[in-house]
Design a protein around this ligand. Sequence first.
Ligand code: C2E
Ligand code: MG
Ligand code: MG
Length: 712
Amino acid sequence: MNTPQEPAADGAAPDDASGAAAAGAAAPDPVQLQRLWTLVDKLDACFYVKDLEGRYLFANQALGAVFGTDPARIVGQRDDSFVDLAASGIGATDTQALSTGEKVATDEVVCMMDGTCRTFRSVKLPLFDAERRVVGLCGISTDITEQRRAVDELIERNALLNTILANVDAAIYLKDAQGRYLYANRPVLALYDRELGDLIGRTDRELMPPESAALVAEYDADVFAGEGGAVREETIVGADGNKHHFRSRKVKLQLPGQPTCLIGFSTEITELRGLRTRLEQERITDSLTGLANRVMFESALEEQLVMATLGGARLAVVIIDLDQFKYINNNFGQAVGDQLIQLVGQRLQQSNVVLGSLARLSGDEFAFTLPLAETIEEVAHQVEQIRAFLAQPYPVLRQPLHLTFSAGVALSRGSLHGAAELLGRAEAAMYSAKDNGRDQYRFYSPELGSTVARRVELERDLRAAVGTTVGTAEFALHYQPKMRRDGSIAGFEALIRWNRPGVGLVAPDNFIPLAEQLGLLLHLGRWVIEQACRQIAAWRDAGLGTIPVAVNLSTSQLTSAALPDYVFDLMREHRIEPGCLEMELTESMMMSDPDLAIAILHRLRSGGVALSIDDFGTGFSSMSYLRQLPVNYLKLDRSFVQNCAVDPKDADLCAGIMALAHKLDMHVVAEGVETAEQHRTLADCDCDLFQGFLFSRPMPAGAATEFLRGMH
Ligand code: C2E
Ligand code: MG
Ligand code: MG
């Protein structure tokens, strides 16, 4: 048995690269040999010698440590005494070295009986006898388990990097100075529909049309010239033949020992660009009709104005607006309204008259220019042609709809005014056409301009006044008494007045419709109701009794479902008795949403509010409709009252209305009674209450209080 002290005589020196060389060496000096063996025994690496059967002839301490035993105990044993051979790879490498007679260098995993495994970097050398027959092997195995782990980690980390590169949405690539791809991640490969191996070494010129490639190369060249780094947008034609837009950042990259290359990061923005284009499109077009919108029209008009001025021509701008479109929307629904707007847009496009630019400005308002009309007469003629074409019936409902249109025309005068101003003028002319009874056109004139200016000022003042309604003195209620047949007072009607700064008292007809248009009336209307409640309470608290006060409602209040609760709160707060607060409404106010209006009226009535139909006889009153309304009073319009004293037929009509109203359990109030004659005639017709200048004009609260006192 061999021991470290008695090494096999034919053992080769472990660092000898070739067993054959060792076999031919002269016999070593025994002292030197001893030293050598001591050294080998103490090696960090395992050193061992095995015979042909795999039995250990020698094992150093390091191997003993691996096998967990004294090296002397290893000698004479085979690996299967220490190692789980099935799980380890030693047998195979041993056999290879022994059978081939060649050196085998390999990494092998060795698993112990307890299941722990270690990795060794082994070199195994066959040993020969004098006849060059293989008699065994000598091996040296270094434990590289820890090193291996570090490498594995590194690989793992690289794998992580690779995974990141492959999975980021951005295209990442490396190119050399000749534009050849050195690396590309998955998005790049997908774009060109190539495998990595197929892409490496190619240039963009081989991958896409020359023009696109040239643009890309230009950016790349800038990067190499030191001007890169900035983000640029690029267009790449992919393998699918489509243009793909990218936002790219490319930088020069100098890897140690490598020629300078370029690394690029490109994010696809094709969808984003599409969205951007769409948004821009939406910014300038009207989605309902597909026509240009105001923004687009104004900029086109600006250009046309420049051209017209250069050519010494005039340009006519026309705004055309559907008459009473609101009514159509309210009565037939918005879907019908939208359909109509689309049809009008189509008709304008199909018209025989050549239109320069055409746009839908808003709601039911369209604008166009008339580039071929040179004289005012021609402009007028063309506008009339268009209006007539638009006025043909529209097949949107079972019964074709007949519409009328109002138009306003403004003419450019040299380069004096811009598009916006010209449009404003056309708009002012169009409003003037509406004010004059609709279904007509108007040219802009300077007087119109001052009307517009006045309206703008009124609007501004009114907004300011309503904005500060509560507690300011700009608005006040005046009170006009309603008298019974016996001359006693039945109550007051509260009528609003606006003390407009710098102007004085303004009558409601001059600002109520505008306030309604501006959406201010809901707010103002609440103030009126509150003020009326305060006055009722004040008269009661002053011992003047329970005096009913009527307020006038507006359309917006009759479409506000919150109105009844608000009114009831105020009535509770001021302890208003049922029937003491009255509300007046006209039939036309109910038109925009009759069902809601009727529901609101029922709630008000059941909460103790008395209701009157104001200006009765001026609307298209239908008695059957009237029956559905929970109304206490009909207020006969002044126009009837004026005529009843002079025209017996009107007197008969009044008498008929009274009789009918009484049948429906309603009382009748005659409005605008100015003469004793009228008073008498109406009294003869059985009229219940009278209101008018004959008894008193509307008066401020103080005067109304005096009036009340005078009645006591
Ligand atoms: P209305 O409700 O029909 O009010 C009657 C109008 O006739 C009042 O005009 C009144 O001053 C006037 N008047 C009364 N007696 C006579 C008369 O004998 N002869 C003549 N020629 N006129 C007479 P006013 O105060 O200018 O109000 C006009 C309209 O403004 C009111 O008509 C009403 O519809 C509306 N209005 C007034 N105050 C308010 C309010 O607070 N809210 C709302 N929404 N509308 C109001
Ligand atoms: Mg009234
Ligand atoms: Mg009235």
